[in-house]
Design a protein around this ligand. Structure first.
Ligand code: ADP
Length: 456
């Protein structure tokens, strides 16, 4: 028996004893001289007192055991996550009832904990797979959570949870934003991450515990596209302005009297024609490129013999080559069949050969070759001009990128030919590129899928 129960029993026994003694003396005084009956009463009173104390201590020991059993069973149930059912039938004792209630509570608590854990796992899974970066900070600006996008966006490589934001990210603009948010300033801002070369749009919300959560979207690509569009509009305007200005000036000169002299008029009308022609080509190429970028140009993919296209294009370009004293020839293997769009292949070849004639060496040679490499057919246009310096090579397939704008314009170029060629090669599933040629000149190439010659 435990000490409190023992104490309680001692008090109980003492009180009982006092009552028994009081009853004993009362009865003894009433009985007067009947000493034999008085001793019998004393005897019975002491027996009753001893019996009562004995029964009470037994009841206490039994109650303590039952309580201990019930508590043990309860602890076992809670430890087993509420899954274990207490042995013994319900209603054995008052402790069974209490134990049953607590056990049910434990089971309900367990179910609630389980559903909370499931909820938390689901929330973490959603957070981890979210496209925007989510960074949570506590009131002391320590990171409490950072999802995968946030780690990649801010280039956080090591574990950052519980670390101070200032130790993990050294981006002054972000810290200024966080300071502002804590001070009740604007909760949305576009931030540049110079080291990562990124732009992010950050939105922050205050949390109930004094922290904040920052949701960041990567706007780098949007900004890049905006810049490309702005550059494109600026380039187009610039390209259109020159021929329009020349056309207007020539027309004015003609109207101002040059028409009177047929010889002078011819010069101005020829210039008018040249610039109108250039304008027409520019507009046609712009429409071409916009149709390609919008995916509106549908390619008619078929099998054809490459030599036929090459011969056609060479035949059309020989006069221009001859004009510059150049030799234009095909060294393509015969019977090479490809899968592609005839017109697109022709357009790429025309651009490559036209450029080779324009920028190649006067009196030089331009060769067109076609051969199989790594399961693809590689078509090359080789010139022996002054070539392209390494710093320009990666950029010449960009729209309006020209190494020598003056020379390109004089030669009737628009700066869009190679960019269109790249779109066309991509659309046919091929690659495109240029290499320096030894000892001089350039090799412009593209690839198409090889296909066996049809059986005749
Ligand atoms: P363009 O209308 O100016 O010829 P392209 O897109 O066809 O436009 O070519 C882009 C630029 O690449 C040209 O302006 C020229 O500077 C350079 N280029 C293209 N082909 C050659 C070549 N075979 N040799 C030297 N430079 C070339």
């Amino acid at each position: 028996m435990r000490a409190p129960a023992r104490r309680w029993l001692a008090v109980f026994a003492a009180v009982q004893l006092v009552i028994a003694v009081a009853i004993g003396f009362t009865l003894q005084s009433e009985l007067g001289g009947q000493s034999e009956r008085a001793s019998t009463i004393w005897w019975w009173l002491m027996l009753t007192w001893a019996g009562s104390v004995g029964v009470t201590s037994m009841a206490l020991i039994w109650a303590e055991r039952s309580l201990a059993d019930a508590l043990q069973s309860l602890v076992a149930t809670v430890h087993a996550g509420g899954a274990r059912v207490r042995s013994g039938s319900a209603g054995d004792s008052v402790f069974d009832g209490i134990a049953g209630s607590v056990q049910r509570m434990a089971q309900e608590l367990d179910v609630a904990m389980h559903s909370l854990a499931t909820e938390r796992n689901r929330f973490e899974a959603v957070l981890e797979t979210m496209a925007p970066g989510v960074l949570a900070l506590d009131a002391t600006r320590h990171i409490t959570s950072a999802n995968r996008s946030a780690r990649s966006l801010f280039e956080i490589t090591s574990s950052c949870e519980q670390a101070a934001l200032v130790d993990v990210l050294r981006v002054p603009s972000l810290h200024a934003f966080v300071d502002g948010v804590f001070a009740g300033g604007p909760s949305e801002l576009e931030i540049e991450l110079p080291a990562a070369g990124r732009h992010i749009r950050a939105r922050a919300s205050r949390l109930g515990d004094g922290g904040i959560v920052i949701v960041a979207d990567d706007t780098t690509e949007i900004r890049r596209l905006e810049r490309v569009r702005q550059d494109f509009v600026a380039n187009v305007s610039h390209e259109l302005r020159t021929p329009i200005a020349v056309i207007r000036a020539n027309a004015e000169t003609l109207l101002d009297g040059a028409l009177e002299s047929p010889k002078t008029a011819e010069v101005f009308v020829t210039a008018l024609f040249r610039h109108a022609d250039r304008l027409g080509r520019l507009v046609a190429e712009l429409l071409d490129i916009s149709a390609l970028e919008a995916g509106k140009r549908v390619l008619a993919v078929e099998q054809f013999e490459l030599a036929e296209v090459i011969e056609d294009v060479i035949a059309a370009q020989v006069p221009a080559a001859t004009e510059r004293g150049m030799t234009l020839r095909s060294v393509a293997h015969a019977d090479v069949w490809v899968r592609g769009d005839w017109k697109a292949t022709e357009q790429i070849l025309v651009n490559f050969i036209d450029n080779a004639i324009k920028y190649g060496r006067q009196g030089g040679t331009v060769e067109v070759a076609a051969f199989e490499r790594d399961g693809m057919i590689r078509i090359e246009v080789r010139d022996d001009g002054s070539g392209i310096e390494p710093q320009h090579r990666a950029r010449i397939f960009e729209r309006f990128y020209r190494i020598d704008s003056g020379r390109s314009r004089d030669a009737g170029g628009t700066g869009l030919g190679l960019s269109i060629a790249k779109h066309l090669a991509d659309a046919m599933g091929g690659a495109i590129g240029m290499d320096a040629r030894s000892p001089r000149g350039s090799v412009f190439w593209f690839t198409l899928s090889a296909t066996p010659a049809p059986e005749t």
